[in-house]
Ligand binder design. Structure first.
Ligand SMILES: Cc1cc2nc3c(=O)[nH]c(=O)nc-3n(C[C@H](O)[C@H](O)[C@H](O)COP(=O)(O)OP(=O)(O)OC[C@H]3O[C@@H](n4cnc5c(N)ncnc54)[C@H](O)[C@@H]3O)c2cc1C
Length: 389
């Protein structure tokens, strides 16, 4: 058996890297295992998302308390982090638009939720919407000044660099395939790229495995009840510089959110939205780029690696946004990317818990959206659970 480590983190997405930075910064001996080729190479949620810094509006404190609190805290931490470490980000603000009277009434309930969640929000009339986004047609909108966009790849890379500089050790192309409780620690079994296997002892294990969090949880506790139901989200894009009618999205523009009830549970969706992308000016400062993304259009994924294959026709994306963005034509749209979220069956909220079968294992389960926004706050909470506040 190989030499042991005090703390082993499974998964080097934004959450695993942020936690490695926290723990190594606190003087802990940390090993991070990642099955991808590199930390910012290969597929995961952290490299394939919309890059939106959420304000924290969507989450009801009664049903999704962790998302409600950690998104708002993470939003503030993320802007400070990006400013301090030069990660490209812009506080663009967001408009959540209503095009019908029924949607306007729903926005009023969200305006009350914003107050509960301590999220700055103003309900504005359609005329004022046009002052912010002249090409957007709406009866009313919730204006969220603290929403924005971040370069997710640059964020991941910076977290990785800071964690490494603080002493965390990263080993890639190494998949955790087993974890067994022993009196003197947790025995972790790994498989390397060439198929060879190895085992070592760790004092504590953190399951930050994204889409595979349910499988890692079951390695430690075969009775673990959690299942990931992978959700594929496709995004299209257009160039706002192509025609004057397309010159939108200096802000995030979202429809009124909807609730879907399926045989697998109740799911909330923020809807197909317009998101600006980042570019850098001549001095290296972040500015808005010419590309605007339109998505995600969600469907159940065929599996946890269902990134390829055909996109849904552009007509379906167009249909979702043309009500509030009439200048867009179907032909303006082209495929951008597909990402897969780690949606937990039967759990609308994230689950952050010490494994009931093994208190030396911390499970971070179902870290779907807004996990990019919340990553720093999730990592701080996880560190406090492991080391004390
Ligand atoms: C389409 C889409 C759009 C999104 N948009 C937004 C948004 O706009 N704003 C926002 O805040 N959030 C958004 N999210 C959510 C956000 O991207 C995630 O919540 C966040 O990236 C989760 O990070 P993570 O580190 O928990 O997981 P991941 O990034 O998935 O990382 C987990 C890592 O664990 C590794 N791993 C898994 N199993 C093993 C194993 N057995 N051994 C070794 N390594 C393993 C994986 O390879 C992976 O690298 C979006 C997600 C998607 C998919």
């Amino acid at each position: 058996m190989a030499e042991g480590f005090a703390i082993t983190i499974v998964g080097a997405g934004v959450v695993g890297c942020a936690l490695a930075m926290e723990l190594a910064g606190a003087g802990e001996e940390v090993l991070v295992l990642e099955m991808n080729h590199g930390v910012s190479r290969g597929e995961n949620q952290s490299t394939r998302n919309s890059g939106v810094i959420h304000a924290g509006l969507y989450y009801d404190q009664r049903t999704r308390p962790l998302k409600a609190s950690l998104c708002v805290a993470g939003n503030r931490m993320l802007y400070r982090f990006c400013e301090r470490f030069g990660v490209p980000a812009l506080k663009t603000g967001k408009l959540v638009v209503a095009t019908t009277g029924a949607e306007h009434a729903i926005l009023e309930t969200y305006a009350r939720r914003a107050v509960e969640n301590n999220v700055p929000a103003i309900l504005i009339h359609g005329d004022r919407v046009r002052e912010y986004e002249p090409r957007i047609k709406a009866r009313a909108a919730l204006l969220l000044p603290t929403s924005g966009i971040v370069d997710a790849a640059a964020l991941l890379h910076k977290l990785y660099a800071l964690a490494s500089a603080a002493g965390a050790r990263f080993v890639t192309e190494t998949r955790v395939v087993g974890a067994k409780t022993r009196r003197d620690g947790i025995e972790v079994e790994v498989r390397y790229r060439d198929g060879a296997r190895d085992r070592f002892l760790t004092g504590r294990l953190v399951n930050s495995a994204g889409l595979y969090c349910d499988e890692v949880a079951r390695m430690v506790d075969p009775a673990s009840p959690y299942h990931v139901d992978p959700l594929r989200g496709e995004a299209m894009k257009f160039y706002r510089t192509k025609r004057p009618e397309l010159d939108v999205a200096v802000m995030n523009v979202y429809p009124t959110p909807t609730k879907t009830i399926t045989d697998r549970g109740v799911y909330f969706t923020v809807g197909v939205h317009l998101t600006p992308t980042l570019d850098l000016d001549g001095r290296g400062d972040p500015i808005l780029g010419p590309v605007v993304t339109v998505g995600p259009l969600n469907r159940q994924a065929a599996g946890k690696e269902d990134y390829g294959g055909e996109f849904r026709p552009s007509s379906e994306f167009h249909e979702r946004v043309r009500g509030f963005f009439p200048g867009l034509e179907e032909e303006d749209l082209e495929p951008h990317q597909a990402g897969i979220q780690a949606r937990l069956v039967g759990h609308a909220d994230w689950v952050v818990e010490l494994s009931p079968a093994e208190s030396r294992c911390l499970n971070l389960l179902g870290i779907d959206s807004p996990g990019l926004t919340g990553a720093l706050a999730i990592a701080r909470k996880a560190r406090e659970m492991m080391l004390g506040a």
